[in-house]
Design a protein around this ligand. Structure first.
Ligand SMILES: Nc1ncnc2c1ncn2[C@@H]1O[C@H](COP(=O)(O)OP(=O)(O)O)[C@@H](O)[C@H]1O
Ligand SMILES: [Mg+2]
Length: 287
Protein backbone atom coordinates (compact mmCIF):
# COMPACT_ATOMS: atom_id res chain seq x y z
CA UNK A 1 0.00 0.00 0.00
CA UNK A 2 1.22 3.50 -0.79
CA UNK A 3 2.23 5.75 2.07
CA UNK A 4 0.08 8.62 0.78
CA UNK A 5 -2.59 8.68 -1.84
CA UNK A 6 -4.49 11.71 -3.10
CA UNK A 7 -7.79 10.91 -4.75
CA UNK A 8 -9.55 13.63 -6.69
CA UNK A 9 -8.12 16.35 -4.45
CA UNK A 10 -9.64 19.77 -5.13
CA UNK A 11 -9.12 22.91 -3.11
CA UNK A 12 -11.05 26.12 -3.63
CA UNK A 13 -10.02 29.15 -1.56
CA UNK A 14 -12.62 31.72 -0.42
CA UNK A 15 -15.44 29.68 -1.88
CA UNK A 16 -18.62 31.61 -2.58
CA UNK A 17 -16.90 35.01 -2.45
CA UNK A 18 -15.69 37.25 -5.28
CA UNK A 19 -12.18 36.00 -4.40
CA UNK A 20 -13.00 32.36 -5.06
CA UNK A 21 -9.97 30.58 -6.48
CA UNK A 22 -9.60 26.94 -7.48
CA UNK A 23 -5.97 26.31 -6.52
CA UNK A 24 -5.79 22.56 -7.19
CA UNK A 25 -8.28 20.46 -9.08
CA UNK A 26 -8.89 16.73 -9.21
CA UNK A 27 -5.37 15.67 -8.27
CA UNK A 28 -4.53 11.99 -8.13
CA UNK A 29 -1.12 11.11 -6.76
CA UNK A 30 0.54 8.31 -4.82
CA UNK A 31 3.74 8.60 -2.84
CA UNK A 32 5.63 5.45 -1.93
CA UNK A 33 7.72 4.79 1.16
CA UNK A 34 11.37 5.72 0.84
CA UNK A 35 11.03 7.61 -2.45
CA UNK A 36 12.45 11.07 -3.11
CA UNK A 37 9.96 12.95 -5.24
CA UNK A 38 10.39 16.46 -6.64
CA UNK A 39 7.31 18.64 -7.05
CA UNK A 40 7.90 21.32 -9.64
CA UNK A 41 5.74 23.94 -11.28
CA UNK A 42 5.52 27.64 -11.95
CA UNK A 43 4.61 30.04 -9.12
CA UNK A 44 0.87 29.80 -8.50
CA UNK A 45 0.55 26.29 -9.96
CA UNK A 46 -0.73 24.90 -6.64
CA UNK A 47 2.33 23.24 -5.07
CA UNK A 48 1.99 24.79 -1.62
CA UNK A 49 -1.75 24.15 -1.59
CA UNK A 50 -1.15 20.48 -2.43
CA UNK A 51 1.41 19.92 0.32
CA UNK A 52 -0.73 21.69 2.95
CA UNK A 53 -3.21 18.82 2.57
CA UNK A 54 -0.66 16.13 3.35
CA UNK A 55 -0.60 16.86 7.07
CA UNK A 56 -4.16 18.10 7.38
CA UNK A 57 -3.37 21.81 7.51
CA UNK A 58 -5.88 22.40 4.73
CA UNK A 59 -9.07 20.42 4.34
CA UNK A 60 -9.94 19.33 0.79
CA UNK A 61 -12.93 21.02 -0.84
CA UNK A 62 -13.42 17.68 -2.58
CA UNK A 63 -11.50 14.42 -2.69
CA UNK A 64 -9.52 12.57 -0.05
CA UNK A 65 -6.03 12.18 1.31
CA UNK A 66 -5.23 8.63 2.42
CA UNK A 67 -2.36 7.86 4.75
CA UNK A 68 -1.66 4.13 4.77
CA UNK A 69 -5.04 3.70 3.15
CA UNK A 70 -6.95 5.63 5.83
CA UNK A 71 -8.64 8.99 5.20
CA UNK A 72 -6.67 11.47 7.32
CA UNK A 73 -9.96 13.20 8.21
CA UNK A 74 -11.55 9.96 9.43
CA UNK A 75 -11.25 11.04 13.08
CA UNK A 76 -9.49 13.46 15.40
CA UNK A 77 -6.91 10.75 16.05
CA UNK A 78 -6.20 10.31 12.35
CA UNK A 79 -5.75 14.08 11.87
CA UNK A 80 -3.32 14.10 14.78
CA UNK A 81 -1.48 11.08 13.38
CA UNK A 82 -1.10 12.80 10.00
CA UNK A 83 0.42 15.89 11.68
CA UNK A 84 3.02 13.67 13.32
CA UNK A 85 3.73 11.23 10.53
CA UNK A 86 4.02 13.83 7.79
CA UNK A 87 6.50 16.61 8.58
CA UNK A 88 6.11 19.76 6.52
CA UNK A 89 8.78 22.46 6.35
CA UNK A 90 7.15 25.51 4.80
CA UNK A 91 8.97 28.18 2.81
CA UNK A 92 11.22 30.41 4.88
CA UNK A 93 10.51 28.40 8.06
CA UNK A 94 12.98 30.58 9.97
CA UNK A 95 10.19 33.15 10.38
CA UNK A 96 8.24 30.65 12.45
CA UNK A 97 10.72 30.16 15.28
CA UNK A 98 9.07 31.28 18.48
CA UNK A 99 10.62 29.57 21.51
CA UNK A 100 13.16 31.22 23.77
CA UNK A 101 16.02 28.90 22.95
CA UNK A 102 17.16 26.84 19.99
CA UNK A 103 16.79 23.69 22.10
CA UNK A 104 13.20 24.50 23.04
CA UNK A 105 12.33 25.23 19.44
CA UNK A 106 13.63 21.88 18.21
CA UNK A 107 12.02 20.11 21.19
CA UNK A 108 8.58 21.65 20.60
CA UNK A 109 7.29 18.93 18.24
CA UNK A 110 8.63 15.88 20.11
CA UNK A 111 7.23 17.30 23.37
CA UNK A 112 3.82 17.48 21.72
CA UNK A 113 4.20 13.80 20.94
CA UNK A 114 4.21 13.28 24.73
CA UNK A 115 7.53 11.49 24.63
CA UNK A 116 9.54 11.23 27.83
CA UNK A 117 12.24 13.78 28.55
CA UNK A 118 15.13 11.50 27.62
CA UNK A 119 13.59 10.59 24.29
CA UNK A 120 12.89 14.27 23.53
CA UNK A 121 16.50 15.04 24.40
CA UNK A 122 17.82 12.23 22.19
CA UNK A 123 15.74 13.44 19.27
CA UNK A 124 16.75 17.09 19.68
CA UNK A 125 20.44 16.18 19.76
CA UNK A 126 20.16 13.82 16.81
CA UNK A 127 18.16 16.27 14.66
CA UNK A 128 20.55 19.12 15.51
CA UNK A 129 23.51 16.94 14.56
CA UNK A 130 21.88 16.02 11.23
CA UNK A 131 21.49 19.67 10.23
CA UNK A 132 24.91 20.61 11.60
CA UNK A 133 23.88 22.75 14.59
CA UNK A 134 26.41 22.51 17.41
CA UNK A 135 25.34 22.04 21.04
CA UNK A 136 26.91 25.39 21.92
CA UNK A 137 23.91 26.99 20.19
CA UNK A 138 21.26 25.15 22.22
CA UNK A 139 20.77 27.80 24.90
CA UNK A 140 20.93 30.75 22.52
CA UNK A 141 17.84 32.60 21.40
CA UNK A 142 16.92 31.81 17.79
CA UNK A 143 17.08 35.58 17.26
CA UNK A 144 20.85 35.48 17.81
CA UNK A 145 21.44 33.00 14.99
CA UNK A 146 22.49 33.65 11.41
CA UNK A 147 19.87 33.20 8.70
CA UNK A 148 21.25 29.80 7.74
CA UNK A 149 21.33 28.61 11.35
CA UNK A 150 17.73 29.74 11.87
CA UNK A 151 16.59 27.76 8.88
CA UNK A 152 18.46 24.68 10.09
CA UNK A 153 16.85 25.07 13.53
CA UNK A 154 13.40 25.14 11.95
CA UNK A 155 14.18 22.08 9.82
CA UNK A 156 15.62 20.23 12.84
CA UNK A 157 12.33 20.82 14.67
CA UNK A 158 10.53 18.86 11.96
CA UNK A 159 13.21 16.14 11.70
CA UNK A 160 12.93 15.63 15.47
CA UNK A 161 9.36 14.45 14.90
CA UNK A 162 10.88 11.59 12.91
CA UNK A 163 8.27 11.84 10.15
CA UNK A 164 7.75 9.01 7.68
CA UNK A 165 7.27 11.61 4.95
CA UNK A 166 9.29 14.82 5.03
CA UNK A 167 7.88 17.57 2.84
CA UNK A 168 10.02 20.62 2.15
CA UNK A 169 8.74 23.70 0.32
CA UNK A 170 11.70 25.35 -1.43
CA UNK A 171 14.11 24.49 1.41
CA UNK A 172 17.10 26.06 -0.31
CA UNK A 173 15.43 29.32 -1.42
CA UNK A 174 17.65 32.30 -0.74
CA UNK A 175 20.77 30.24 0.07
CA UNK A 176 24.01 30.64 -1.89
CA UNK A 177 25.17 27.64 -3.99
CA UNK A 178 27.47 26.28 -1.25
CA UNK A 179 24.76 26.62 1.41
CA UNK A 180 22.26 24.97 -0.92
CA UNK A 181 24.51 21.99 -1.56
CA UNK A 182 25.35 21.64 2.12
CA UNK A 183 21.70 21.64 3.20
CA UNK A 184 20.71 19.15 0.51
CA UNK A 185 23.48 16.77 1.51
CA UNK A 186 22.34 16.95 5.12
CA UNK A 187 18.73 16.29 4.19
CA UNK A 188 19.67 13.36 1.98
CA UNK A 189 21.87 11.93 4.77
CA UNK A 190 18.90 12.16 7.16
CA UNK A 191 16.64 10.47 4.59
CA UNK A 192 19.12 7.64 4.06
CA UNK A 193 19.57 7.10 7.81
CA UNK A 194 15.82 7.04 8.51
CA UNK A 195 14.56 5.48 5.29
CA UNK A 196 11.92 8.22 5.09
CA UNK A 197 10.17 9.44 1.96
CA UNK A 198 10.91 13.00 0.88
CA UNK A 199 8.76 15.36 -1.18
CA UNK A 200 10.78 18.32 -2.30
CA UNK A 201 9.08 21.38 -3.78
CA UNK A 202 11.64 23.20 -5.87
CA UNK A 203 12.19 25.69 -8.64
CA UNK A 204 15.79 24.59 -8.90
CA UNK A 205 16.22 22.08 -11.68
CA UNK A 206 19.63 20.96 -10.45
CA UNK A 207 17.83 19.80 -7.28
CA UNK A 208 14.95 18.28 -9.25
CA UNK A 209 17.55 16.30 -11.17
CA UNK A 210 18.52 14.51 -7.96
CA UNK A 211 15.04 13.13 -7.22
CA UNK A 212 13.87 9.61 -8.12
CA UNK A 213 10.70 10.96 -9.62
CA UNK A 214 9.29 14.32 -10.64
CA UNK A 215 5.70 15.49 -10.49
CA UNK A 216 5.00 18.59 -12.56
CA UNK A 217 2.12 20.94 -11.82
CA UNK A 218 0.58 23.60 -13.98
CA UNK A 219 -2.53 25.65 -13.23
CA UNK A 220 -3.68 23.45 -10.37
CA UNK A 221 -3.22 20.15 -12.16
CA UNK A 222 -0.58 17.45 -12.39
CA UNK A 223 0.58 17.53 -15.98
CA UNK A 224 3.58 15.19 -15.92
CA UNK A 225 4.86 12.44 -13.64
CA UNK A 226 8.00 10.43 -14.32
CA UNK A 227 11.74 10.06 -13.83
CA UNK A 228 13.88 13.22 -14.24
CA UNK A 229 15.15 11.76 -17.55
CA UNK A 230 11.59 11.30 -18.83
CA UNK A 231 10.46 14.74 -17.67
CA UNK A 232 13.45 16.71 -18.93
CA UNK A 233 13.20 14.98 -22.30
CA UNK A 234 9.89 16.88 -22.69
CA UNK A 235 11.73 20.17 -22.79
CA UNK A 236 9.33 21.94 -25.16
CA UNK A 237 6.37 21.24 -22.88
CA UNK A 238 8.31 22.33 -19.81
CA UNK A 239 9.23 25.62 -21.42
CA UNK A 240 5.61 26.14 -22.45
CA UNK A 241 4.47 25.97 -18.81
CA UNK A 242 7.18 28.37 -17.70
CA UNK A 243 9.77 25.93 -16.32
CA UNK A 244 13.49 25.96 -16.87
CA UNK A 245 15.62 23.03 -17.86
CA UNK A 246 18.62 22.00 -15.73
CA UNK A 247 21.64 24.10 -16.78
CA UNK A 248 23.42 21.29 -18.72
CA UNK A 249 20.19 20.41 -20.59
CA UNK A 250 19.75 24.06 -21.50
CA UNK A 251 23.31 24.32 -22.82
CA UNK A 252 22.84 21.09 -24.82
CA UNK A 253 19.68 22.51 -26.34
CA UNK A 254 21.37 25.77 -27.36
CA UNK A 255 24.28 23.82 -28.89
CA UNK A 256 21.88 21.62 -30.88
CA UNK A 257 20.11 24.74 -32.15
CA UNK A 258 23.49 25.95 -33.37
CA UNK A 259 24.04 22.75 -35.29
CA UNK A 260 26.15 20.71 -32.86
CA UNK A 261 25.15 17.04 -33.17
CA UNK A 262 24.51 16.26 -29.51
CA UNK A 263 22.28 13.29 -28.68
CA UNK A 264 19.01 13.68 -26.76
CA UNK A 265 18.82 12.91 -23.04
CA UNK A 266 21.46 15.25 -21.63
CA UNK A 267 20.57 16.66 -18.19
CA UNK A 268 23.67 16.41 -16.03
CA UNK A 269 27.12 17.99 -16.17
CA UNK A 270 28.61 14.50 -16.60
CA UNK A 271 26.36 13.65 -19.55
CA UNK A 272 27.12 16.96 -21.25
CA UNK A 273 30.87 16.55 -20.73
CA UNK A 274 30.80 12.99 -22.10
CA UNK A 275 28.74 14.01 -25.12
CA UNK A 276 31.09 16.87 -26.00
CA UNK A 277 34.16 14.65 -25.56
CA UNK A 278 32.52 12.00 -27.77
CA UNK A 279 32.08 14.62 -30.51
CA UNK A 280 35.76 15.48 -30.30
CA UNK A 281 36.73 11.80 -30.59
CA UNK A 282 34.55 11.42 -33.67
CA UNK A 283 36.42 14.32 -35.26
CA UNK A 284 33.36 16.53 -35.12
CA UNK A 285 34.67 19.05 -32.61
CA UNK A 286 32.01 21.66 -32.01
CA UNK A 287 34.14 24.69 -32.85
N1 LIG B 1 -4.92 31.68 1.05
C1 LIG B 1 -5.23 31.85 -0.22
N2 LIG B 1 -6.38 32.48 -0.59
C2 LIG B 1 -6.70 32.64 -1.90
N3 LIG B 1 -5.95 32.20 -2.92
C3 LIG B 1 -4.81 31.57 -2.62
C4 LIG B 1 -4.39 31.36 -1.27
N4 LIG B 1 -3.20 30.69 -1.29
C5 LIG B 1 -2.90 30.50 -2.58
N5 LIG B 1 -3.85 31.02 -3.38
C6 LIG B 1 -3.90 31.00 -4.86
O1 LIG B 1 -3.95 29.62 -5.24
C7 LIG B 1 -3.11 29.39 -6.37
C8 LIG B 1 -2.08 28.33 -6.03
O2 LIG B 1 -1.19 28.89 -5.06
P1 LIG B 1 -0.02 28.05 -4.37
O3 LIG B 1 -0.57 26.76 -3.90
O4 LIG B 1 0.59 28.96 -3.36
O5 LIG B 1 0.95 27.81 -5.61
P2 LIG B 1 2.55 27.60 -5.65
O6 LIG B 1 2.98 27.08 -4.32
O7 LIG B 1 2.75 26.61 -6.77
O8 LIG B 1 3.16 28.93 -5.98
C9 LIG B 1 -2.53 30.74 -6.75
O9 LIG B 1 -3.32 31.31 -7.76
C10 LIG B 1 -2.63 31.54 -5.48
O10 LIG B 1 -2.74 32.90 -5.74
MG1 LIG C 1 4.41 27.85 -3.02
Amino acid sequence: MSLIELRGLTHIYSRGTPFEKTAVEDLNLTLERGATVGLIGHTGSGKSTLISHLNALLKPTAGTVLLDGEDIYASKASIRAARFRVGVVFQYPEYQLFEETVYADIAYGPKNLKLDKDEVDRRVREAAAFVGLGQELFEKSPLELSGGQKRRTAIAGVLAMEPELLVLDEPTAGLDPAGREDLLEKLFAWRDARGAAVLLVTHDMSIANRCDRLVVMSEGRIVMDGSPAEIFARDGELTAIGLDLPGPAHIARLLRQRGVALPAGIFTVEQLTDAILALGRRGGAPC
